[in-house]
Write a protein that binds this ligand. Structure first.
Ligand SMILES: NC(=O)c1ccc[n+]([C@@H]2O[C@H](COP(=O)([O-])OP(=O)(O)OC[C@H]3O[C@@H](n4cnc5c(N)ncnc54)[C@H](OP(=O)(O)O)[C@@H]3O)[C@@H](O)[C@H]2O)c1
Length: 305
């Protein structure tokens, strides 16, 4: 591995949920809040949709695969009495309509969770069609930014809104075989830093987060995750094995409960625009607020002499 992951930190590192972000603290806290979450059919998005429902949110869940979204719908309806909307959509097609459909069904969006994301493993030189590389940017960058753009008029009018976007530690580390994924997540982080600056004082909060490492992104998915030619490379296979063993060992609850915590807790708003790592203890992050702000930590900047 070309870089150390996870990066050393003086803060407590969690691999699973912990008392400070316990869902029991947030039961009903999002009642009346309208949340749109993309990529809700599996993995972190699914776990987060359930955690949001437990917190009482009105939720719009979006993904492409009807069968798995149906199962989520049944589970939410069985356990929670919250207003819902389930949308079988591709996040890249017509984000403005996605937002207007949510607004029509549930009301103006209070919290947008840009979770849908894809990866592409393999070296660029084996990529026959460059559009596959570029499609990662369409899903991971263009769609979330377009959704933010579509949510802004109503959020600005109400001077209130939260954007929680799933970035990645890949933005902050240097890994081989994922040039499109890592650079797309770096682009998201940089965009959130700039959006926060240009909209400061207007009531809108921007978080770009690393959710921890879980197996979801490591699994082979239809069409997008891995280049079949590249998968024949022994060096790539052993890199993946090592990466899965060392980096994809956190739970979905860690991500889901951290996201609900960020959706609820107003003290975290001082970190708007910054990269937040769900593996870092959020109570300790708050305790280190002055240091983080004054030393420009949790920002994507090139270090130089
Ligand atoms: N898991 C990790 O270790 C990790 C680490 C850092 C960052 N992240 C980020 O966290 C987010 C979730 O990761 P995950 O591991 O939970 O991924 P996952 O298990 O692969 O799930 C991805 C979700 O996104 C949806 N999706 C993908 N493309 C879509 C599209 N074009 N339109 C609509 N929905 C789409 C998928 O549903 P359909 O296929 O049904 O559409 C699925 O619900 C991603 O943004 C990822 O980059 C994950």
């Amino acid at each position: 591995m070309a870089d150390i992951y996870p990066r050393p930190s003086t803060l407590t590192r969690h691999k699973d949920t912990y008392p400070f972000i316990s869902p029991s603290k947030f039961t009903g806290k999002l009642k009346g809040k309208v949340v749109l979450i993309t990529g809700a059919s599996r993995g972190i998005g699914r776990a987060t949709a359930l955690a949001l429902a437990a917190a009482g949110a009105s939720i719009a869940c979006l993904a492409r695969t009807a069968s798995v979204l149906d199962t989520l719908e049944a589970e939410i309806k069985q356990h929670f009495e919250v207003p819902t909307l389930f949308m079988i959509r591709d996040v890249v097609s017509d984000p403005a309509k996605i937002v207007s459909d949510v607004e029509a069904a549930l009301g103006p969006i209070d919290i947008l969770i840009n979770n849908a994301g894809i990866g592409r493993l393999g070296p660029l030189y084996l990529e026959e069609d460059i559009n596959i590389w570029w499609h990662v940017f369409e899903v991971n960058v263009k769609a979330p930014i377009a959704l933010i753009h579509a949510c802004l008029p109503s959020m600005l009018a109400r001077r209130k809104g939260k954007i929680i976007t799933l970035g990645s530690a890949a933005a902050d580390n240097s890994f081989p075989y994922q040039s499109s994924y890592a650079s797309s997540k770096a682009a998201l982080q940089k965009a959130h830093q700039g959006l926060d600056m240009e909209m400061r004082g207007k009531g809108i909060v921007f978080y770009c987060i690393h959710p921890g490492g879980t197996m979801g992104m490591g699994k082979k998915r239809e069409g997008d995750a891995m280049n079949p030619e590249a998968m024949k490379l022994e060096e790539l296979q052993s890199w993946i094995m090592n990466f899965a063993k060392t980096a994809l060992t956190d739970t979905l609850s860690l991500a889901a409960d951290s996201i609900v915590f960020l959706a609820v807790d107003e003290r975290m708003e001082v970190f708007s625009g910054r990269y937040l790592d769900c593996c870092q203890d959020m109570e300790e992050v708050l305790q280190n607020k002055d240091k983080i702000l004054s030393e420009e930590l949790n920002m994507l900047n090139i270090k130089r002499l």
